[in-house]
Design a protein around this ligand. Structure first.
Ligand code: ADP
Ligand code: MG
Length: 697
């Protein structure tokens, strides 16, 4: 047996269990070794029932004497009570609410390990454990002897199908027994400098901690062994990313010229003085564009920070060099918005700006595509339609992707493949901590706009419960009377019902509440031209109140709008709420975001509180990340988030920082050429399969 042995061929696994393991992504012995426990339990303190004292945490090994389901008629609601006895002859009570599921399992005579806090039962005076952790100590020797599961600090694994935590413990025990000590691939210099334990000890201690291990450190994943393994995972990942970036940097690309003529063009186009942050990021982008290699840059900036203006400046550089520019946006509304924005901005320059979306007629599409491939379009804006096979460019020099979190890596590459190594600029308003961003958007360099355009007043955010909606409406009326405009947003989650509710809301507002104000309705089911005409009327200030579903979430830009009223705000995610709020506060007037809620869950309440507390996109993104976890936060795998084994991108940010800087230093200046060669080989063999993401070297 070695690391590459398929699990199916490991003794005690076989095809059926192999399949269950596969569902957890475990294919080989190496995968199994990397399957970290999610928690540890101290079962060294095994006591007899006679030795127990109320208030302590303890492990007891005892036999079920009797058990029954009390109270409710519905099994699932029942209170399950069991009486245990051990060699000391004393009794211990165990109680589980909603314990109906235990009724068939805790049969008299069964031996179990119980772990929990000892209490005294109020009625009987018996010793009691409420909801103890338990493990059935079957006599079935397919689960190994009890010494593996009690009397030590035991690892707790997430079950895989029928493979229980006990089965995992046994499997890992067996595999570790039959393996030769593992080779350590970390460069010795790094191991020495960081005083890392060797890999073989680390792996063994991950699964079977030493008797004197510190339980608190273990459960924080900060023992030296765990730290090393987490570090190692991040280190190889970051090395891979470094290599990939280094390779991209030497690929041939377009070297745009940035001379005084181009500078003048940019200056003449600008409607206002760029902020310091905008100037700085433009410099970074311009330097990339001048270099004879393709740019891959992420432009990060909070909603309303003025990313589009910077993108337009970059576009001028490309166009003045005789190249075309593509702008990819996730929704038709946003694409339309960009189209108007660029067209307006480029009015004096005479650039040809076009818009290609899925709802264009076939004739229009053919026409547009012809213009693009003939090189007659300077800047082509569009949705996914831009990615279609038959969209060709004569000379694509710069590809801009807006709201990167809506697109996958593949789509970005696909857009870029329509030119000869064009420069790529992606923009996102989902701010995340820098190291995290560098890892998730792995192959991108990052520029950050960390300053808002001048004169912005922070948006005031208020939470109001449904029953006080009338006061909100009169506030809205006052704003409209003083010349401002407002959004009223409705969640559409279940299309059939919610859309009806939004339409009802619209009628209610336009007919009853604001009969003498022009109210518009915008939702995803409208035809493009209907949608455009509503948006246009709102933009021109004719429509005062825009009732909308989340189609306005990204990018809509109407500076005169000062109120964002969000109905049923508890149903929206944090990122969405923040994006929606970013639609106001774009002019010089004080703006307001009003969150109207009905009944709230705890998580909903937490989200609303976060919004009221802060307008800082970074803070909100961190909270979002915490509340939802990385998987959901970043969306699917295609968003580029590598699947990590032991590392946890939130819990282990500090380790990630260290790993990143060590990896960069190592790749830039390996101790010996041999070290580098070995590392590259190791990454090629292991990293690619594990992360399935990136071609290295
Ligand atoms: P983002 O795309 O980052 O959310 P936008 O590019 O849409 O932000 O800009 C938000 C608003 O701020 C727009 O109305 C834009 O015209 C305006 N704006 C951008 N840069 C500046 C600036 N330097 N000074 C004043 N207003 C600006
Ligand atoms: Mg934008």
């Amino acid at each position: 047996m070695d690391l590459s042995t398929p699990l199916q061929y490991v003794k005690g696994i076989g095809p059926a269990r192999a399949q269950m393991l596969e569902s957890k992504g475990l294919l080989t012995v190496e995968d199994l070794l990397a399957y970290a426990p999610f928690r540890y339990e101290d079962r060294t303190n095994v006591k007899t029932i006679a030795q127990l004292a109320p208030g302590e945490m303890a492990t007891v090994i005892a036999e079920v004497k009797s058990a029954h389901l009390a109270g409710f008629r519905r099994r699932s609601l029942g209170l399950f009570e069991a009486i245990f006895q051990d060699s000391s002859g004393e009794r211990l009570l165990g109680k589980w609410f909603h314990g109906g599921y235990l009724a068939d399992r805790f049969l008299p005579g069964l031996r179990v390990a119980l772990y929990g806090k000892i209490e005294l039962d109020n009625y009987t005076g018996d010793l009691l454990m409420m909801h103890p952790e338990f493990e059935i100590l079957s006599t079935d020797d397919s689960e190994g002897d009890a010494a593996l599961h009690t009397g030590r600090i035991v690892p707790i694994y997430e079950a895989a199908g029928k493979i229980t935590t006990r089965a995992f413990r046994l499997l890992l025990h067996r595999v570790l027994e039959s393996l030769e000590p593992l080779e350590d691939h970390l460069p010795p210099a790094i191991r020495g400098q960081l005083k890392l334990p060797d890999r073989w000890s680390a792996v063994r201690e991950l699964h079977f901690p030493l008797p004197d291990a510190d339980l608190r450190l273990l459960n924080a994943f900060r023992t030296p062994a765990q730290w090393r393994l987490i570090f190692e995972e991040f280190f190889w990942l970051e090395c891979g990313l470094s290599l990939k970036r280094a390779k991209a940097r030497v690929e041939p690309g377009i070297s745009f010229e940035l001379n005084d003529r181009v500078r003048e063009k940019i200056k003449a186009m600008l409607p206002f003085k760029p902020t310091g942050a905008q100037k700085r990021v433009l410099k970074e982008i311009a330097a990339d564009m001048q270099a004879p290699h393709p740019m891959s840059r992420l432009l990060q900036g909070d909603v309303g920070s003025g990313k589009t203006l910077v993108a337009a400046e970059a576009a001028v550089i490309a166009i003045e060099n005789g190249y075309q520019v593509a702008v990819l946006a996730p929704t038709e509304i946003l694409a339309g918005q960009h189209y108007l924005y660029f067209k307006n901005l480029f009015q004096k320059t005479g650039y040809v700006v076009t818009l290609l979306t899925g709802s264009a007629t076939p004739r229009e599409k053919t026409q547009l595509k012809k213009l693009m491939s003939a090189g007659l379009v300077n800047i082509g804006i569009g949705t996914h339609a831009l990615l279609e096979e038959d969209v060709e460019w004569k000379k694509l020099g710069l590809a801009i992707v807006d709201e990167q979190h809506r697109f996958g890596v593949m789509q970005r590459l696909r857009l870029a493949s329509k030119g000869q190594h064009p420069d790529v600029l992606v923009m996102t308003a989902t701010p995340i901590p820098r190291t995290l961003a560098l890892t998730i958007y792995g192959d991108l360099d990052i520029s950050v706009i960390d300053e808002m355009p001048p004169g912005r007043k922070p948006i005031a955010t208020k939470h109001v419960t449904e029953d006080r909606i009338e006061s909100v409406y009169s506030f809205l009326k006052k704003q409209v009377d003083s010349g401002r405009q407002a959004y009223v947003v409705y969640p559409v989650i279940e299309e059939s019902e919610d859309l009806k509710a939004a339409e009802q809301m619209y009628r209610h507002l336009s007919e009853r509440v604001f009969p003498d104000v022009r109210v518009g309705l915008l939702h995803g089911r409208l035809k493009t031209d209907e949608r455009e005409s509503v948006m246009e009327a709102f933009r021109r200030g004719e429509v005062k109140i825009l009732v909308s579903t989340t189609v306005i979430e990204v990018g809509v830009d109407v500076p005169n709008a000062t109120v964002m009223l969000i109905e049923q705000a508890e149903r929206f995610g944090l990122a969405q709420l923040h994006q929606l709020r970013g639609r106001v506060g774009r002019g010089g007037e004080q703006s307001y975001c009003i969150l109207v809620t009905g009944k709230m869950s705890d998580a909903g309440r937490e989200r609303i509180r976060t919004m009221v507390d802060s307008t800082d996109g970074f803070y909100i993104a961190e909270m979002d990340l915490k509340l939802r976890g990385p998987g959901e936060f970043f969306g699917t795998r295609q968003s580029g988030l590598p699947t990590l084994r032991i590392g946890n991108i939130i819990r282990d940010q500090d380790v990630l920082e260290v790993a990143r800087s060590e990896a960069q230093a190592f790749i830039a200046k390996p101790p010996t050429p041999e070290d580098l060669r070995r590392a590259v080989n190791y990454i090629r063999e292991h990293w690619q399969r594990r992360y399935g993401l990136v071609q290295v070297g």
